[in-house]
Every structure is written in C-alpha cells, then in structure tokens.
Design a protein around this ligand. Structure first.
Ligand SMILES: NC(=O)c1ccc[n+]([C@@H]2O[C@H](COP(=O)([O-])OP(=O)(O)OC[C@H]3O[C@@H](n4cnc5c(N)ncnc54)[C@H](OP(=O)(O)O)[C@@H]3O)[C@@H](O)[C@H]2O)c1
Length: 281
C-alpha cells in the first residue's frame, strides 16, 4: 500500500518506519522534509497553504501535524483547514484514498471529575483550543464519513523528558486533591495507527488512543522518583494548565485485537530511562 503521512514529525516518522518495514511505500509531508530518514520519501509542503503534487497512488492517508503554538488560530489552520487541503490536493491528483486517519486528542473531552470516558462520551471541551479539535473532526467526517479519528492522550516516549526532568530537578508537585492522567507511548501510538489502517476490516470512526492505566499523577511522580533515586515530590495545588481529571478507556481499540507494548507508564518510563529509542526530529 502507499501511505502518505501529512505532518510527519516524531509520531509520523515512527509510523513511517514501521509501515516501510511492513512493506508499504511511505511519503512524509512537512515543511522540512530533508529531516526524514530513509526509506520515507520526503515531500515538501506547508499544510496552511494550498498543496500540489501529492502522490496519485496514495491508498492510505494519516494526518499527524501539530501546530507550532497553542492558539485557536494555529489550531484552526492546522487541524480544521489542513486536512481539507490535503484531501483536496489528493482529489486533484486523482488519488483514490481507501482509508483516512486523523490523529486527534482526548482534549475533546472536558471531563474534570475523575469519571470514565470512552468514545461515546459527549465532546464538551473546556479549553480554548479544544473546540477546534471537535470542529476538526466534524469537518473531516463531513467530507469523509469513514475517516478514523484516533484521540490520543498525552504522548510520551524517547526524548520527551519534561516530567522526568521535573522530578529529577525537584520541581514536580504531587497534586492535592489527586488527579488522573492518561497517556500513550509514542511507539504504541504508531503501532495503533498502522493496525487501524491495515489490520482492521471495518474500523469504527473513533478510537481512544490510551494505555491501560489512567493513573493518579502522584503515583506516576512517586514511581519516577523511586526509579531515579530522588526524594518523592511534595504535595500542593495541581501545576498543570490542562488535562482535566478523567479516566480514558481503551476497550474499543483493544477490541480490534491491538496489543500494547507499554501497557502502563511503568513499562514506558522504564524503557525511556533505559535510553531505548530516539525522538525523531
Ligand atoms: N504530544 C501529545 O501529547 C499529543 C497528544 C494528543 C495528540 N497529539 C497529536 O499527535 C500528532 C503528532 O505529534 P508529534 O508528537 O509527532 O508532533 P511533532 O513531532 O511536532 O510533529 C508534527 C509535525 O507536523 C509538521 N507540521 C507542523 N506544521 C506544519 C505545516 N504547516 N505544514 C506541514 N507540516 C507541518 C512538523 O514538521 P515541519 O516543521 O517540518 O513542517 C512536524 O514534523 C499531532 O497531531 C498532535 O497534535 C499529540
């Protein structure tokens, strides 16, 4: 199959390498295509401007761009308008795209009382950018009713050391009252995308991309402190500016036969602390 990854950064590159190893031909579109490793074929393109010259033999499209800043205007350009530009350019090229997957976010949910969330939970975001993510999905489904939206929780993985650094440097605070946090290791996110594109006969139009453990943030911080051999962080008011307090279920994704390499933060962070993998530029 011929896979086009629009917005081919860390997650996209990991997906591209995985797909190429499985025998697919992969194009990666971004403004700096020279950063992409072989065998991903780099395509120069800016998703905020009209696009041309996309491969006419594209079978599978993944949209995995991330905006440069967390503003409603940047979110609109990247998430709402960007996918339409890619689909229009593929139409012009004469491509007959079989499957479209949009990398979305659990930020579409505004839940903040620690309750469970799944694909049927109403999308009522409370952040300023969340409504743009909801609009992005609606617009995409308006054009491609069969498009798959994979709503990822916080992506962590090689080189993403913000939380580890906070604990190591004594800057972390265990929230009081406690909050649940949800995450997905980058490698599992890439594996889930390839799985939904190529191994599921009739995929649903929406999946939560989270691991098995919507853990208490304090538990994660204490685990990291123990692994690093530093004192447990003190407790205090929640330092995070977003994320709410929700527990995301992955039953629908798991129901497709998908298995996680990093089912919880423990396996994932141990691999990161052991230096396994690299963050792609
Ligand atoms: N990080 C998280 O916790 C999280 C959570 C939920 C969902 N997600 C989603 O996961 C996806 C992948 O994230 P990631 O970690 O792989 O991000 P990343 O490493 O920053 O990659 C994003 C890529 O998008 C490209 N891009 C951005 N603006 C572009 C534009 N105007 N035209 C063309 N390409 C553009 C960038 O390349 P150039 O600069 O070369 O153009 C970059 O390679 C994103 O959709 C993100 O929103 C992330």
């Amino acid at each position: 199959m011929n896979l086009l990854i629009a917005g081919c950064g860390d997650l996209g590159t990991e997906l591209g390498l995985l797909a190429a190893a499985a025998g697919h031909r992969v194009h990666g579109l971004r403004r700096s295509p020279e950063l992409l490793p072989e065998p991903i074929v780099g395509l120069p393109g800016d998703l905020t401007r009209p696009l041309a010259g996309l491969p006419s033999d594209t079978d599978l499209l993944v949209y995995a761009a991330a905006p440069g800043e967390r503003t409603p205007a940047a979110y609109r350009e990247t998430y709402v308008d960007g996918p339409e530009r890619v689909l229009s350019a593929l139409d012009v090229a004469g491509a007959r795209v079989e499957r479209v997957l949009f990398v979305a976010s659990t930020a579409v949910y505004g839940v903040a009382d620690g309750s469970w969330v799944d694909e049927t939970t109403p999308t009522e975001p409370t952040s300023t950018t969340g409504p743009l993510l909801v609009e992005a999905e609606r617009r995409l489904w308006g054009r491609r009713p069969d498009a798959i939206s994979l709503r990822l929780a916080g992506v962590y993985g090689p080189g993403r050391t913000r939380l580890v650094d906070q604990v190591r440097e004594g800057r972390a605070v265990i929230p009081e009252p406690p909050v649940h946090t949800n995450r997905m290791h980058r490698d599992d996110a890439a594996r889930a995308i390839l799985h939904l594109l190529t191994s599921v006969d009739e995929p649903a139009t929406c999946y939560l991309g989270v691991d098995d453990d919507p853990a208490d943030r304090g538990e994660v911080l204490r685990f990291l402190a123990d692994e690093l051999g530093v004192p447990h962080p003190p407790t205090g008011p929640d330092q995070r500016s977003r994320g709410g307090d929700k527990r995301c279920r992955n039953d629908r994704l798991r129901g497709t036969g998908f298995t996680l390499e990093y089912p919880t933060y423990r396996e994932g962070y141990r691999a990161i602390l052991a230096g396994r993998g690299v963050r792609h530029p």
